[in-house]
Design a protein around this ligand. Structure first.
Ligand SMILES: Cc1cc2nc3c(=O)[nH]c(=O)nc-3n(C[C@H](O)[C@H](O)[C@H](O)COP(=O)(O)OP(=O)(O)OC[C@H]3O[C@@H](n4cnc5c(N)ncnc54)[C@H](O)[C@@H]3O)c2cc1C
Length: 503
C-alpha cells in the first residue's frame, strides 16, 4: 500500500519512501560537480551511479575552461609574434591558420577527455549510465538510456549536478542574427580558415573579456558591448579600468555603458543597435557571441514536479540540500559561483552531506574561493574587493605593489599590473587579495593558502621567495604593508639605540 509521506525532516508529498534502496547515491550530471561527487562516494565505498546525458566532463571540458584556455594560448602565441620586436626578434603580422588553431583546441580536449571518461570513473568504482535522468520522486530516478530503453533506480540520496546554460537576453530581433554562445561557438568555428572578420561580443564579464581579447589577437575586429559602465563589474574599478585600457590598446572596441537595443539583417549584413549616453547607433558585424550570463538548467528532469524552486540557481540551504532532505545540488546548478573549482568544492559538501548527513552535516564555506579571469594580464582575486569590505563594514588597510618595480616582471617585459592586498585594519590578517599581471592565477595560490589557513602578511614576508620570480611580488606587497605599519615609537627608540651604539 502506498502511503503519503510526512517526515519531520521533509515536506509532505504524495511519495512513498522505498523501504530499501538499490544505491546509496545517484549523481545526475557528469561535469566537475558530478564527477567529484561520484568519486567521493566511490572512495568511501558507497554504491554510486552517475548519469550523464551528453559528453562526460560537462561544460568545462567541452565548451568552457578547456577550449577557451586553448584558444587563449594560441592567441598569446600570435601576440608574441606581434610583440617580438621589443626583444630584438623580427616581429610582424602573425599568420594565423585559424583552422589549425581550432584543430588544436579539439586536440587539447581529446587529450584531457580520458581524465573524465566513463572508463576512468568505472575504474574508480562508479557505475556510469549514459542517458537522460529524470527525478520521479525524492528517491527514484528514471534514466532514458542513450542506447535505448529506460532504467529506474532508487537511492537513499541524489546529487543534482546538472550545470548551467548560457542565457540569451530577450533583445528585439536577436534570433535573426543567430547568436553564438559558449555552447555553440566551438563547433561553429571548427574547420574555419579565418576567424570572423567583425565579431561582436555581448557581455563584459570574465568570459566576454577572455573571448574578446583572444579573437582580437587572432585577427578579428572585436566590438565588446557591456551595459554596465565598466568591464568585470565584480572587481574593483581600478581592475576594470586596467583591463579596459589593455583591451582597447590591443584594438578591441570596448563599448561600456552601452545597451543592446535591437538586432537585424539588412542587405545580408547583420547589425546591432547600441544605445549609450550619446544616443543610438547601428554597428555591422559578421558574428556575435553572447556572453551575458549563465543560469541553472532547470527543465525536463522533474524539478517542478517535486516542487523544487529554481531560477538562476536551484534553491538549496547552506548544506546544499533542497527542500527534500534526500536531494542535494552542487556546481553551477547550485551557484552562486560558476567555476569548476567551486563545483568540485561544493561536490565534497553535497556528497558528504548526502551520504553522512544523518551523522554530521557540513555547511558549504566559500571564504577563500579564488576567481581568475584569463585575460592578458590575468586578473586573480581571493576574498573581498574594497567595495565588498566597505559593504560589510569591515575596516581594511589597502596595500598595493606595482609590478613595474619587480625585477622579474621587468626582465620578462611584462611589468604591467599590481598586487593589492586588503588586511583587517591594524593587523596582518588578509581579507582579500587581487593580482593583475602575468600568471596572476598562479601567484594567487599563495594568498589563497594564507587566507584559508589564517596566515598573515608577517609570515608571508618571513618566507623566502626565489629570485627572480614573479612570486616575489607577493612578498614585496607584504613588505609594503610592513613598512606602512611600522610602529613610529619603536623606530625612534631604535634610532636612539643605534646613535648610542655609535658612542
Ligand atoms: C567559455 C567558458 C569558460 C570558462 N572558463 C572557466 C575557467 O577558466 N575556470 C573555471 O573555474 N570555470 C570556467 N568556466 C565555468 C565552468 O565551466 C563551470 O563552472 C563548470 O563547468 C561547472 O560544472 P558543473 O559540473 O556544475 O556543470 P556542467 O559542467 O555544466 O555539467 C553538468 C552536466 O550535467 C548534464 N546533465 C544536465 N541535465 C542532465 C540530466 N537530466 N540527465 C543527465 N545529465 C544531465 C549535462 O549534460 C552536463 O554535462 C567557464 C565556462 C565557460 C562557458
Amino acid at each position: 500500500m502506498r502511503l503519503p509521506l510526512v517526515t519531520p525532516s521533509g515536506p509532505p508529498g504524495p511519495w512513498t519512501r522505498p523501504s530499501r534502496f538499490d544505491r546509496n547515491l545517484i549523481v545526475i550530471g557528469g561535469g566537475a560537480a558530478g564527477l567529484v561527487s561520484a568519486y567521493i562516494a566511490a572512495a568511501v565505498k558507497a554504491k554510486v551511479t552517475l548519469v550523464e546525458k551528453g559528453r562526460m566532463g560537462g561544460d568545462c571540458l567541452n565548451y568552457g575552461c578547456v577550449p577557451s584556455k586553448a584558444l587563449i594560448r594560441a592567441a598569446r602565441a600570435a601576440e608574441d609574434v606581434r610583440q617580438a620586436g621589443a626583444y630584438g626578434i623580427g616581429a610582424g603580422k602573425p599568420k594565423v591558420a585559424f583552422d589549425k588553431v581550432m584543430a588544436r583546441v579539439r586536440d587539447v580536449i581529446a587529450r584531457i577527455e580520458p581524465h573524465d571518461s566513463v572508463e576512468r570513473y568505472e575504474g574508480l568504482g562508479v557505475e556510469v549510465l549514459q542517458g537522460h535522468a529524470r527525478l520521479v520522486d525524492p528517491w527514484t530516478v528514471e534514466v532514458t538510456l542513450k542506447d535505448g530503453g529506460t532504467q529506474r533506480l532508487t537511492s537513499r540520496a541524489i546529487v543534482l549536478a546538472t550545470g548551467a546554460a548560457p542565457v540569451i537576453p530577450p533583445v528585439r530581433g536577436i534570433d535573426n542574427v543567430h547568436p553564438l554562445t559558449s555552447d555553440s561557438l566551438w563547433d561553429a568555428m571548427d574547420g574555419r580558415r579565418h576567424p570572423p572578420a567583425r565579431l561582436v561580443v555581448l557581455g563584459g564579464g570574465p568570459i566576454g573579456c577572455e573571448l574578446s581579447q583572444a579573437f582580437q589577437r587572432l585577427g578579428s575586429q572585436v566590438t565588446q558591448v557591456e551595459m554596465e559602465h565598466r568591464l568585470l563589474v565584480r572587481e574593483d574599478p581600478e581592475v576594470s579600468a586596467h583591463v579596459e585600457t589593455v583591451l582597447t590598446r590591443q584594438g578591441v572596441r570596448v563599448l561600456t555603458g552601452s545597451r543592446a537595443e535591437g538586432f537585424g539583417v539588412e542587405h545580408g549584413e547583420k547589425w546591432i543597435e547600441v544605445a549609450d549616453a550619446a544616443g543610438t547607433r547601428r554597428i555591422g558585424f559578421d558574428e556575435i557571441v553572447v556572453a551575458t550570463g549563465r543560469a541553472a538548467r532547470t527543465e525536463g528532469f522533474g524539478l517542478e514536479e517535486l516542487g523544487i524552486a529554481a531560477g538562476k540557481v536551484i534553491e538549496t540551504d547552506a548544506y546544499l540540500e533542497t527542500l527534500h532532505p534526500s536531494i542535494f545540488v552542487a556546481g553551477d546548478a547550485a551557484g552562486p559561483y560558476q567555476f569548476t573549482h567551486a563545483a568540485a568544492h561544493q561536490a565534497w559538501f553535497a556528497a558528504v552531506n548526502a551520504l553522512f548527513g544523518g551523522l554530521k552535516r557540513f555547511r558549504a564555506n566559500y571564504r577563500a574561493l579564488p576567481a581568475v579571469t584569463f585575460t592578458d594580464p590575468e586578473v586573480a582575486r581571493v576574498g573581498m574587493t574594497e567595495a565588498e569590505a566597505r559593504d560589510a563594514a569591515i575596516g581594511v588597510d589597502v596595500t598595493r605593489y606595482n609590478l613595474a618595480e619587480l625585477d622579474r616582471a621587468i626582465v620578462d617585459g611584462a611589468a604591467d599590473g599590481f598586487v593589492k592586498v586588503l588586511t583587517r585594519r591594524g593587523g596582518d590578517r588578509i581579507v582579500g587579495a587581487t593580482i593583475v599581471g602575468p600568471h596572476a592565477g598562479e601567484l594567487l595560490a599563495e594568498f589563497t593558502l594564507a587566507m584559508k589557513h589564517g596566515i598573515g602578511l608577517n609570515k608571508l614576508l618571513g618566507t623566502v621567495h626565489a629570485y627572480p620570480t614573479l612570486a616575489e611580488a607577493n612578498k614585496y606587497a607584504a613588505g609594503a604593508w610592513r613598512r606602512a605599519n611600522v610602529n613610529p615609537t619603536l623606530l625612534s627608540l631604535l634610532e636612539r639605540f643605534h646613535s648610542w651604539r655609535r658612542g
